[in-house]
Design a protein around this ligand. Structure first.
Ligand SMILES: [Zn+2]
Length: 858
């Protein structure tokens, strides 16, 4: 597809998501869901699906249900086509309205009914509910489904809403040399000209959790504590899979959750798939979890953060089997119920299973900065997010449900104590077994166990958007504290002015001596802390141990002390939070970015925490590439390059620390000398004390291309020949996007929208290279079209794509004129749906801060 027709497509008027009578308009409206929840019960799906054709799945469905109170019955189906519709054995002619099949009341009866039909659904690399991934090494195809949040009806006719759970019986016909996995256990395999796998009937599950994967997978099985577990991986990568480790981690999580919840594993069996080109980290299908192959198989030695990230993903998806799969939110407005719990319990689990691993530091680093970045923006939303139609459910995914929700659960647990929290969750699971619940049910259960009402807490943390900023104020005289208060105010006016109820730990830090921690209950706008007369601290931090959910400001005296002494703070967890607080000062344009960068450059050579180092490096990168003025950039870059390279080459340092420095050096290399160093590295066999492998080689090539280094084209061609794997092809696609010329950018832009064979995961992977901040003048012309394309993206791409798309686009810009263009677009598009406007505002925040910082420190 060329650029021109595409642009005209993008400029088409925006059609709101809900239309018609609200019941059979596009998508699944709340009104339709409520009507069906009252009308329909005891749903069963018997599905026969043939996936032997390359582009089309051919199926037959029998949908059985109990109808109460009469009326037409509305099924959802957006597949390629259907025929031979029968209702209770007689031919039926359903009305077909906006992806719904309306079966007339006259064809139905009270009590049990059966609707049967033939149907076809698409199989494609992107934009279909059955994803096909081609393996370049052995020329094989792999298929897997991805139906969340509301694409089950793209695959088969169903009642596509989370609170109409159904029992699914699947029979899947595949090519002869394939194998298959689904929610239920395999009961029989018939072989004729093709293979037919019959799976046992599943427990009652929501439609978004129905899943299968099929292909020439390599399967490895083990039995742990009497439970058989199988892992499915691509045959071409099977040798690289750490099967025993992965099976053991999944089994450990199951055993821990059975004990913590006092509820045995709620599904008939447990298997998992390492899905290639998977657009998420993982997906929690009951009995058949899909994990992202790319973050589960390492092509080079992993760092500690990568290993912990993989473990956190496993614990998260396994926790979902109870929180999400077994007890499910009634509607996607409560998406946080499942996502908040999965992430929070993953951390509780990690802290319990591995007490030495400092799981709460990991939890802080992986969640809080991401949550605060969105929650302090003008595009933030409440944790509970109103949702009129499931076709907008994708917009509810993001930092608020994935990062804020677990953060407020930590605060809730601290408030009610471990025993009441756990007992409340046990009661919640008992009351909503194989069924659905809302946030009020959860707070009712936890509040009941804690013997305290949580309505006020819910109003503050669940229903209200935004977050508090807490600032300590201290007066000192003669080396002693005279008065210490903690003030709180909302980060944004959109939150209203009331204070949040919160319990935090205030820390008084002393150089060389033990610090003091005081539990403080914040109730009003200003809270007095009774510490008058204590020795004057060197620094104060108002959220030690990270129990509170708040942006924590530092007072000026603490900033000054930390700038020179932060490395002397021994407690890793506290030091991680203090680095976060210093960075927040920079983002608020209250601390000059070059001062932060100098502190980072001074501390990095002695910082040993393998999780904190990459975070500091990430902030240093952002400061250098976006916040510093061009003059400061030029002045600081040689030192940045020198420190990064020296640390990467320092054999006295741990592998993880060296590798993180190498990665940042590769990303930031700018001077001719640094680019020549990178070029030479491609001829060596080792870097950062480990063998130099394709991921790092591709990163180097991408930088050479992005900076138009003299050897870039030759190196790109050589790497293409050297790494012919699927992953190599994907990395080459990313490297090519980094070309700093307008023809390349135009070509990629056209393919993003017009190339149906292009896998969505490849597009996502290439966005940061396309929008390299150094190319902001080249990509500036795509800024407004990229935002105008959001309705198309919402319809055609998967859950996380839209957020990645907007943030990559806006993070690639640094200028006041780009910010003005975004604001002009928001003004012009007054009818832009609320959820899309919010997504733009969330990412606009970083651009606004960038512009403000560059203005404040020119
Ligand atoms: Zn999840």
């Amino acid at each position: 597809m060329t650029l021109l027709p595409l642009l005209s497509l993008l400029l088409a008027p925006i059609v709101p998501g809900v239309s018609g009578d609200g019941l059979t308009g596009p998508g699944v409206s709340r009104a339709l869901a409520e009507r069906r929840a009252a009308q329909i019960a005891q749903v069963r799906y018997a599905l026969q699906l043939d996936v032997t054709r390359r582009d089309t799945a051919v199926g037959h469905a029998r949908v059985r249900f109990v109808r109460r109170g009469g009326g037409d019955v509305i099924l959802d189906f957006r597949g390629l086509g259907y025929s031979n519709v029968m209702a209770n054995g007689a031919t039926a002619s359903p009305r077909d309205e906006h992806g719904h099949l309306v079966i007339a009341a006259a064809a139905l009866r009270d009590g049990e009914n059966e609707v049967a039909l033939d149907f076809q659904a698409a199989i494609a690399p992107a934009g279909a509910s059955v994803i096909r991934v081609h393996d370049a090494v052995d020329n094989a195809d792999y298929l897997y489904t991805l139906l969340v949040p509301a694409d089950a009806n793209q695959l088969f006719p169903c009642f596509d809403q989370p609170d109409l759970k159904g029992r699914v019986t699947l029979s899947l016909t595949t090519p002869r040399d394939w194998t298959a996995v689904a929610n239920g256990r395999v009961t029989t395999v018939d072989s004729a000209s093709a293979l037919t796998f019959r799976f046992a009937e599943s427990e009652p599950i929501s439609t978004y959790l129905v899943a299968f994967a099929a292909g020439p997978w390599s399967v490895k099985s083990a039995v742990i504590d009497g439970r058989p577990i199988s892992i499915y991986a691509r045959a071409s990568r099977a040798r690289e899979v750490e099967s025993d480790t992965l099976i053991a981690l999944n089994a450990r999580a199951i055993a821990w959750l059975e004990k913590y919840t006092a509820k045995s594993f709620p599904f008939q069996k447990f298997d998992f798939v390492l899905a290639p080109a998977f657009p998420f980290g993982g997906m929690e299908h009951p009995g058949a979890i899909f994990y992202n192959e790319e973050s589960f198989i390492y092509r080079e030695r992993p760092t500690l953060s990568q290993l912990l990230g993989r473990e956190a993903t496993i614990f998260h998806e396994v926790a979902h089997q109870w929180f999400g799969d077994f007890a499910t939110m009634r509607w996607f407005d409560d998406l946080w119920l499942k996502e908040g719990f999965a992430t929070y319990l993953a951390a509780v689990m990690q802290a319990d299973l591995d007490p030495g691993a400092n799981a709460w530091k990991t939890f802080y680093l992986r969640n809080k900065p991401a949550a605060y970045a969105v929650d302090a923006s003008s595009g933030t939303t409440p944790v509970w997010q109103q949702l009129g139609n499931l076709d907008q459910a994708k917009s509810n995914y993001g930092a608020i449900v994935y990062n804020k929700a677990p953060g407020i659960l930590k605060q809730l647990n601290y408030l009610v104590g471990d025993t009441a929290f756990r007992d409340g969750l046990r009661a919640y699971l008992r009351d909503h077994a194989y069924s659905n619940a809302t946030w009020r049910d959860l707070l009712g259960a936890v509040g009941g166990a804690a013997h305290r009402p949580l309505d006020g807490w819910g109003a503050s943390y669940i229903l209200r958007p935004g977050m508090p900023v807490i600032t300590p104020h201290v007066e000192m005289r003669g080396g002693k504290i005279l008065r210490l208060t903690i003030e709180q105010h909302p980060a944004r006016a959109l939150s209203g002015s009331a204070p949040w109820p919160a319990r935090v730990e205030l820390l008084l830090g002393y150089a060389g001596g033990p610090s003091e921690r005081i539990q403080v209950e914040l109730r009003g706008r200003v809270t007095d802390v009774p510490v008058a007369g204590r020795r004057a601290p060197d620094f104060i931090f108002a959220n030690a141990a990270d129990y509170g959910y708040a942006l924590v400001h530092l007072d000026d005296r603490s900033v000054r002390w930390l700038e020179t002494h932060i490395g002397e703070v021994r407690d890793d967890f506290l030091r991680a939070m203090l680095w976060g607080a210093l960075w927040d000062q920079v983002r608020d344009a209250r601390l000059e970015p070059v001062r932060f960068a100098r502190t980072a450059l001074r501390e990095l050579p002695r910082e040993t925490d393998e999780q904190l180092v990459p975070v500091i490096l990430g902030r240093l990168s952002r400061a250098v590439s976006a916040y510093l003025s061009p003059t400061e950039q030029g002045r600081l870059r040689p030192e940045v390059e020198r420190v990064l390279l020296a640390n990467a080459n320092d054999s006295t340092r741990s592998y993880g620390v060296r590798k993180n420095h190498l990665d940042t050096y590769v990303a930031l290399a700018h001077s001719p000398q640094a680019l020549a160093t990178l070029d030479a590295l491609l001829d060596s066999t080792a870097a950062a004390g480990a063998p130099l492998r394709p991921p790092t080689r591709w990163a180097i090539v991408t930088t050479l291309v992005a900076r138009a280094a003299p050897s870039a084209e030759a190196r790109l061609a050589a790497e293409w020949r050297r790494d012919s794997t699927t992953e190599g092809r994907r990395r080459a696609f990313v490297a090519n996007a980094a070309h700093p010329d307008s023809a390349t950018k135009a070509q990629y832009w056209a393919r993003y929208f017009g190339d149906r064979a292009l896998n969505e995961d490849w597009v996502t992977a290439s966005l940061r290279a396309f929008h390299d901040p150094e190319h902001d003048e080249l990509t500036r012309r795509y800024l407004v079209p990229a935002l105008d394309s959001l309705p198309w993206i919402q319809r055609n791409r998967r859950i996380f794509f839209l957020g990645n798309w907007v943030s990559a686009t806006l993070d690639g810009q640094r200028s006041a004129s780009a910010l003005a263009a975004v604001d002009e677009m928001l003004r012009r598009r007054a009818g832009l749906p609320r959820d899309l406007r919010a997504k733009i505002l969330q990412s606009r925040d970083e651009l606004e801060r960038t512009v403000a910082i560059r203005r404040a420190f020119p």
